[in-house]
Design a protein around this ligand. Structure first.
Ligand code: APR
Ligand code: PHB
Length: 392
C-alpha cells in the first residue's frame, strides 16, 4: 500500500485529520488497531470548545452535533455548600461550549469516512514507523493476520497514549515531561437525566466531584478516588452516597439517581512529548500530550493539533511549501503547555490533596473565592475553559 499521509490511529484526532485532508485533496490512509465497535463504545470526555465545534462544522461533520449538542453558557463551581455560576458569554464576549460526547464524534466521523472518505482499516495495528528521517517513511502494520507495509510521504501518529509512533523518535531527539497526580477519577454513566443543566465542578474536603451529562437520557458523574482504587470497593450505592455528600449545598438541590451502565477508574496525569515532529513523522493528540481531565482539554487539544496539520499539508499540497509543517511542533506546543497549565491549575484547586494540611485546604478555598469575587479572575478561567485562539 502507498499513500501521501499515513495516519496511525482512528480516534478523534486521526479521523478528523483524514476528513480534513480528504476534503483538501490530499490522499491518506488510516490504520486503527481496534474494531469499529470498540472505538465507537469507548467512553471519553464530552466538552467541546467553540473552536472544536467550528472545526467539525468546517469539515462538514457536524450535522448531528448541531441538532443533539447542548450549548452551555457556563459552568457551576460548588464549594462550602454554595453554588456559583460562571457566565461564559458575559465573561468572554460571547463564547460558549458544547456538550457532545466524544464517542458520538467518533461515530459520525467513522460513518462519513466509510461512506465517502479515504481508506480506514480496522484491526490494523501499526508495529513500527521506519525511516522517519528518510524521504519515504514506512509504517509496518499487522492486518488480518498478515504483516504489511504502508509506504508514505509523511506519517502522522494519532495513536493515543500507548501508541507506536512516539517510539520511532530516537531517545536523544526527544524528551517527555510527565507528572502523576496522587489521585484518580472514578467515572460512571447513569441512565438518568442530568440533575441540572450545567456542568458542576465541586470542591469538597472529601474530594472533588463533577456532574456532567450525555443528553437527553444520561448523566456522567465523576468522583476523586485514591490511586489504586478498585471498582469492587465501590458498589453503586456507595458511589451515589458519596456524590450526594460532595454535591451538598444549602439551597434546594437533589442529585437524581439511576441505573449505572458503565464504571471506570482513570489515573490523573500530565504528559508532554517534545518535539512533536521528527523528520517526516508528526504526532497529534494524545500521542503527544495528555492532560488531566479537570479542564476538559484533551479532545480540544487533539482537534487543534489536527487543524494545524491539515492547514500545513494543504499548504504543502498547494505550493510545495513546508513553512507550516516546519513550525508545527513549536506552534502546537505553545498551546499544549497553556492547556497543561490550565488543567493543572484546575486540578490542584479542586482536588483534596491526600497529604495536604489545613493550610492547603484554605488556599484552595481562597482561590475559588477569588474566582467568584473578581470578574478579572473569572474571565481568566472562562477564557481558558472556552479555548484560547489557535496560535497562528
Ligand atoms: N496502531 C493503530 N492504532 C492504534 C495503535 C497502533 N499501534 N495504538 C493505538 N491506536 C489507536 C487506538 O485504538 C485509538 O483508537 O489510536 C487511537 C487513539 O485515539 P484516542 O486515544 O482517542 O486519541 P486521540 O485521537 O488523540 O484523541 C484525544 O482522546 O484520550 C482522549 O482525552 C483524550 O479526548 C481526548 C482524545
Ligand atoms: C465529561 O462530560 O465527560 C467531562 C466534562 C468536563 C470535564 C471532564 C469530563 O472537565
Amino acid at each position: 500500500m502507498r499513500t501521501t499521509v499515513g495516519i496511525i490511529g482512528g480516534g478523534p484526532a486521526g479521523l478528523l485529520l483524514a476528513r480534513l485532508l480528504h476534503r483538501a485533496g490530499v490522499d491518506c490512509v488510516v490504520l486503527e488497531s481496534r474494531t469499529r465497535q470498540y472505538v465507537q463504545r469507548r467512553q471519553r470526555a464530552g466538552m467541546l470548545e467553540q473552536g472544536t465545534v467550528d472545526a467539525l462544522r468546517a469539515a462538514d461533520a457536524a450535522a448531528r452535533l448541531d441538532t443533539e449538542g447542548l450549548v452551555h453558557d457556563g459552568i457551576e463551581l460548588r464549594f462550602e455548600r454554595e453554588r456559583h455560576h460562571l457566565d461564559f458569554p458575559v465573561l468572554t464576549g460571547g463564547r460558549t461550549v458544547t456538550i457532545y460526547a466524544q464517542t458520538e464524534i467518533v461515530k459520525d466521523l467513522v460513518a462519513l469516512q466509510l461512506t465517502d472518505g479515504p481508506p480506514l482499516l480496522f484491526e490494523a495495528e501499526a508495529l513500527a514507523v521506519e525511516g522517519p528521517q528518510s524521504g519515504a517513511p514506512v509504517v509496518r502494520f499487522r492486518h488480518e493476520g498478515r504483516e504489511r507495509t504502508l509506504a508514505c510521504e509523511w506519517v502522522v501518529g494519532c495513536d493515543g497514549s500507548h501508541g507506536a509512533a512516539a517510539d520511532a523518535f530516537p531517545a536523544a531527539a526527544c524528551r517527555t515531561y510527565r507528572h502523576d497526580y496522587p489521585y484518580s477519577w472514578l467515572g460512571i454513566l447513569a441512565e438518568v437525566p442530568p440533575s441540572c443543566d450545567e456542568l458542576i465542578y465541586a470542591h469538597h474536603a472529601r474530594g472533588f466531584a463533577l456532574h456532567s451529562m450525555r443528553p437527553p437520557r444520561f448523566s456522567r458523574l465523576y468522583l476523586q478516588v485514591p490511586n489504586g482504587t478498585g471498582l469492587e470497593d465501590w458498589p453503586d450505592d456507595r458511589i451515589w452516597d458519596e456524590l450526594d455528600t460532595r454535591f451538598t449545598v444549602d439551597a434546594d438541590w437533589t442529585l437524581r439517581r439511576g441505573p449505572v451502565t458503565a464504571k471506570s477508574v482513570t489515573p490523573m496525569r500530565s504528559l508532554v512529548h517534545e518535539p512533536m515532529r521528527h523528520g517526516r513523522l508528526l504526532l497529534a493528540g494524545d500521542a503527544a500530550h495528555i492532560v488531566p481531565p479537570t479542564g476538559a482539554k484533551g479532545l480540544n487539544l487533539a482537534v487543534s493539533d489536527v487543524r494545524l496539520l491539515a492547514m500545513a499539508f494543504t499548504e504543502l499540497h498547494a505550493d510545495g511549501s513546508t513553512r507550516l509543517l516546519d513550525g508545527y511542533s513549536d506552534l502546537c506546543l505553545q498551546r499544549v503547555w497553556q492547556a497543561t497549565r490550565f488543567s493543572d491549575d484546575m486540578t490542584r484547586m479542586l482536588h483534596a490533596q491526600p497529604d495536604g494540611d489545613a493550610f492547603d485546604h484554605r488556599m484552595q478555598l481562597a482561590r475559588l473565592r477569588r474566582i467568584t469575587a473578581s470578574r478579572h479572575a473569572a474571565a481568566e478561567l472562562a477564557a481558558n475553559y472556552t479555548g484560547l485562539p489557535l496560535p497562528l
